[in-house]
Design a protein around this ligand. Structure first.
Ligand code: CTP
Ligand code: MG
Length: 232
């Protein structure tokens, strides 16, 4: 199976409040993006990994990839205004021979290679798959004026993670339809579902956090120093 990887890394990390795009923020010895790319070293991929970077930052991304010996495996592509735009641009830039694509946020440096492989396999079989974990908190649906509206059954609530993986034709069709309809979603599996497709759920790990806030950065630093995720 020809599998390629797309890494949306074109966000500015507004909630992190750093002077650099989030993907370039240093944790211990390397930028967030580099830690994330290292997690894929043992995953069998064909074709370069497409990294979407924010406009104006090409040279800095290039320099960091060179400094960490990742230039060979990576192709930089300028991203878009929203994550959905960045992913669409990445999917348009895939090699013609690629059958399955994995989309993984630069902001998730603790992803388990086992769940990546599992996600790619399930996407090949079912056309779309996403890594997710059972919700630990009860999820509340809240009205706009701040009152509890509805409490969905926690046993059926899952927290979405990445990677998400897709047969290339399916994710292309969903993105094209969304573009025409002006429909937006916060993740690509939900775009497939919106487009009428089904999405297989793959069990993720609690370590696979999305580094979003300064508190996440502190946690990520502790975990990297402890090599916490090497066992997964
Ligand atoms: N992303 C992207 N293109 C955008 C916006 C986001 O490629 N226009 C990427 C981010 O770089 C990140 C992933 O999508 O790897 C998940 O987004 P998020 O965690 O929200 O990152 P940011 O958008 O950078 O952060 P914030 O929302 O706090 O600004
Ligand atoms: Mg964002």
């Amino acid at each position: 199976v020809k599998a390629q990887l797309v890494i949306p890394a074109a966000g500015m990390g507004r909630r992190l409040d750093a002077p650099l795009p989030k993907a370039l923020v240093r944790i211990v010895d390397a930028p967030l993006l580099v830690h994330t790319l290292r997690r894929f070293q043992t995953v069998n991929l064909t074709g370069p990994t497409l990294v979407l970077y924010p406009e104006g930052w090409r040279e800095t991304f290039e320099a960091e990839l060179a400094a960490h010996d990742l230039v060979e495996r990576v192709e930089l592509v300028v991203g878009g205004a929203e994550r959905q735009d960045s992913v669409r641009i990445g999917i348009e830039a895939l090699d013609a021979a690629t059958e399955v694509v994995a989309v993984h946020d630069a902001a998730r440096p603790f992803v388990s290679p086992v769940s990546v492989r599992h996600c790619l396999e399930e996407a090949y079989e079912y056309s779309a798959a996403t890594v997710a974990i059972p919700a630990v908190d009860t999820i509340l649906q809240v009205s706009e004026d701040g009152f509890l509206e509805h409490t969905p059954d926690r046993a059926r609530m899952w927290a979405c993670q990445t990677p998400q993986a897709f047969r290339v034709d399916a994710i292309r069709a969903a993105h094209e339809a969304a573009e025409r309809a002006g429909h937006t979603a916060t993740d690509d599996a939900s775009l497939i579902r919106w487009h009428g497709g089904s999405v297989k759920i793959v069990m993720g790990t609690a370590h696979n956090i999305k580094v979003t806030t300064p508190a996440d950065l502190t946690l990520a630093e502790m975990w990297l120093k402890d090599n916490v995720t090497c066992i997964e």
